[in-house]
Design a protein around this ligand. Structure first.
Ligand code: 1HN
Length: 366
């Protein structure tokens, strides 16, 4: 054979490329990159309450009623093209006196954590009116109709968090407007989901596992949290509770988990990292969170973000008061896919149940 050059690998690669095919050997740099583990998406950042509140007041002046669906200021991670984390977007929303945010629905699941509410502030979710008192949690799960109503003379405000990055990366976004400002209400409280997701349920009805109740009142949650002040808690998060779906005992929604955590006076947690990302809102107290090489100092009503796979730990700076943080994370999504990992150890759901007290006169226990 003279004159005919044997085909080189480079020739072969370009022929394949012309047919929209790529040899795995060319994808190798990807695997090298993965060998170091996930890269944190975005960076740690804090949005201070006094700055946000001032901007919300301005937004109420410059953005007239009816101009937009929602007066929500989204918190953009400085190191991401969009979103607060790669999966989650938080915002702070305010309504003017008498204003409503008209009814719509989307495949993003959203949670609302009330910062300043009270009687007269409500979100209607699939026909169910949910009052929004201070620090209540209201869910608007995927594809539920929701509209917000401010029948007060003040400017209520709450934290929104949605799984926007997740839904967009899966290309599963749908959106629809209701066509009226206010959706129709269920004819009686006897039809409310909240009546079916508690201690009792109607025996004659199908059981719907996917849906959770839409409102978790702070007046129900806070006493449980405070009652656990003497418990060991998690070495990484202190006394931390998940808002559960009482129909399944599982996470808050299929994609989002909401947590509330108490750091006791001067409590310092151990450092760890995990594949989930979280957005924190300070209910009360003061402290610091170390994230990677940064230290974030937080106070009441600040919002901060801890990206995926960055080492972090918490400290309550007060010697006398507890600090309480609300947070939302994407753990259910990762767990459903078998992709939730922690370092240095798995800490979720590992401690034993509290033991039954020993019978008097015995050493107890089995
Ligand atoms: C949304 O529907 C709300 O319903 C708030 O209050 C913030 C941010 C992005 C996309 C949809 C709401 C939102 C949002």
């Amino acid at each position: 054979m003279t004159g005919i050059k044997p085909k080189t690998l480079a020739d072969f690669d370009s022929e394949l490329a012309a047919e929209h095919i790529k040899g795995q050997w060319l994808i190798d740099p990807l695997l090298e990159r993965l060998a170091g583990g996930p890269r944190p998406a975005g960076q740690a950042h804090i949005w201070r309450w006094r700055d946000i509140e001032a901007r919300l007041d301005e937004a109420c002046d410059v953005l007239a009623e009816g101009l937009t669906a929602r007066r929500s200021l989204a918190l953009m991670n400085p190191a991401l093209p969009g979103g607060t984390t790669h999966t989650l977007t938080a915002g702070i929303q305010m309504l003017n006196p008498g204003e409503q945010a008209w009814a719509h629905r989307h495949t993003m699941s959203a949670i609302r954590f009330v910062i300043r509410g009270g009687p007269g502030l409500s979100t209607v979710v699939d026909g169910e009116a949910c009052q929004m008192d201070d620090y209540d949690l209201v869910l608007t799960p995927s594809w539920t109709w929701h509209d917000h109503h401010n029948d007060t003379t003040g400017n209520p405000v709450w934290l929104d968090a949605l799984d926007i990055g997740l839904i967009m990366s899966l290309n599963t976004g749908f959106y629809e407007t209701y066509g009226e400002e206010r959706q129709a209400l269920r004819p009686s409280q006897g039809e409310y989901l909240s009546q079916r997701a508690g201690l009792v349920r109607p025996v004659w009805e199908q059981r719907k596992e996917r849906l959770a109740p839409f409102r978790y009142a702070w007046s129900d949650v806070e006493p449980v949290l405070l009652s656990m002040a003497d418990q060991e808690g998690s070495p990484y998060d202190g006394v931390v509770l998940e808002y559960v779906n009482p129909m399944t005992g599982g996470p808050t929604t299929p994609t989002l988990s909401c947590w509330v955590q108490m750091l006791r006076p001067h409590e310092q947690t151990q450092s760890h990292r995990h594949t989930s990302s979280s957005i924190y809102f300070v209910v009360r107290g003061e402290g610091t969170t170390r994230v990677g090489d940064e230290e974030i100092s937080w106070g009441q009503h600040d919002t901060f973000v801890v990206p995926n796979w960055l080492e972090h730990s918490f400290r309550n700076s007060s010697a006398s008061s507890e600090a309480i943080l609300f947070s939302v994370n994407d753990i259910p999504t990762l767990r459903a896919l078998g992709l939730y990992y922690e370092q240095p150890e798995t800490s979720l759901g590992t401690a034993p149940w509290p033991a039954v007290p020993a019978r008097p006169g015995t050493t107890g226990g089995r």
